[in-house]
Design a protein around this ligand. Structure first.
Ligand code: FES
Length: 147
């Protein structure tokens, strides 16, 4: 095999391996949680962030929480034991539901992208996502749905 062809093929294999690894990592961190609404709070068990698929206890980067009373799910990112960010998954451009891919939320309608804090990374959206205050109460996260 020519040297140039070998380098070309090796690079393609390496990139494919990275893409598959990233895809698998995002798959293993995903969980849907059917939250409970009490008063103005959406309540999600902290255990929903625990990932027991390996030998050690690991934590998911995020959980998608929903409830029949909510028009859109809420994506809750976990940054540490005490730091969480709850984001409304409605695009601020024209209101489509976002899809979550690891550390970003993407809009299938026109391609807007948002980061884990809801900030716009790529338009056409020009406003951050709606976010909700999150507090820890024992074994639960309480996400305040108040306006
Ligand atoms: S509705 Fe999301 S980018 Fe247009």
């Amino acid at each position: 095999m020519e040297r140039r062809k070998f380098i070309h093929n090796t690079c393609i294999c390496a990139l494919a391996g990275l893409a598959v690894g990233e895809f698998l990592q995002s798959c293993t961190t995903f969980k849907y949680s059917a939250g409970t609404i009490k008063g103005s709070d959406l309540i999600v068990p902290l255990d929903d962030f625990v990932d027991m698929t390996g030998n050690e206890t690991q934590f998911r980067k995020y959980v998608i929480a929903g409830n029949d009373l909510l028009k859109f799910p809420i994506c809750i990112y976990r940054f540490s034991d005490t730091e969480y960010q709850a984001l409304w998954t409605q695009c601020t451009h024209q209101g489509n539901e976002l899809q979550v891919f690891g550390d970003k939320l993407e809009c299938p309608a026109h391609g807007s992208e948002f980061d884990t804090h809801g900030n716009v990374q790529d338009g056409p959206a020009d406003r951050a996502l709606r976010s909700f205050p999150v507090r820890i109460d024992g074994e639960y996260l309480k996400i305040s749905l108040k306006k």
